[in-house]
Design a protein around this ligand. Sequence first.
Ligand code: HSE
Length: 297
Amino acid sequence: MIKIRIPATSANLGAGFDALGLALSFYNYAEMEEWDRIEITSADGLDIPRDENNLVYVSAKDLYAVCGKKLPGIRLVQTSAIPMARGLGSSSACIVAGLAGANRMLGDPLSADDLVDLAAQIEGHPDNTAPAFLGGIVTAVFDGRKVHWVKQEVFTKLKFIAIIPDFELKTDKARACLPQEVSHKDAVYNLSRAALFSASLLTGKFENLRTAVHDRLHQPYRMELIPRAREVFDIAYTHGAYGVYISGAGPTIMAIADEDNTYFAGKVRFSLDNAGLGGWEVREFSIDNEGTRIVEE
Ligand code: HSE
C-alpha cells in the first residue's frame, strides 16, 4: 500500500478570499492500493463514506479517467485527524490524497501543475487544495481550468493557533450567505489587504497583519453564522495575537502569534473556559513547507 501524508490548510487568510492559503503542521493519512472492489476503512473509527461517494476514491477515479484508465476499485485506510466542516481543509485533504495516490499508483504520469489544476476543478477553488498539495503559503488564481500559482516557503517565528468550535459549518452554507456583488470600494479594501498579508508575512512585518486580515467579502457575513466569534477574536487579540481571521469558510478562528508569546494558547484556553466556551478546542500549529508526500510504499 502507498501511504500518503496530507496537511491541513487554512484558506483566505482574511482578505485573500479564494486566493490565499497556507499548509499547517497537522496531518491526515491515507493508505491505498488498486483493488478489485471498494474496501474503505477508517483507522480512527470515524464515520466516513465507505462507498463510491468517498471523496478520496472519487478523486482517484477522476485522475485515472484523465489518464484514460479505469480504476476498478480501491483498498483505502484513512486516518482523519483534520476535523470535518471546520475550515481546516478536510475535504481538500481527501481530494489531494486521492489525486496524489492515484498518480503514484499509475507511475506518476501527471505533473504537480496537473494535480493542482485537477484538485481545484474538483473543489471549485484553489486556496485549500493548492497549499495542501504544495505546502507553504500559496497565492493562486483559478481561471476555471488552470491554476496560476506561486508557492513560497515560510520560515518565521510565527505560530498559528486554531480555535476550533464544537460545531460544524458546511462550506455550502458559508458561501450561500455571501453577497452576489460588492462595491468598487470594498474590492479595493480587500485586494490591498490580501497583498499586504503575504508581503508582510514573508518579510516579517508582522505589525501589519492586524490590518491585513480585515476584509469585506466574507468575514462580516460568516461572523453571523459563528455564535460568539467576536468574543473569540477579542480574546485572541487581548493575549497579543498579531492577526485573527476566520479560517477558510469557518467556523474555526485562526490566531497568528509570535513564538515568543510563549503561553498564548494556554491564556486563550483559560479565557475561553472563563467565558463558558469550554467546548472550543485550542490547537497550536506551525506552517508546513513540504505539502503532500508519500511516506511509505
Ligand atoms: N475560499 C473558500 C471559502 C475556502 O471561503 O469559501 C473554503 O473552502
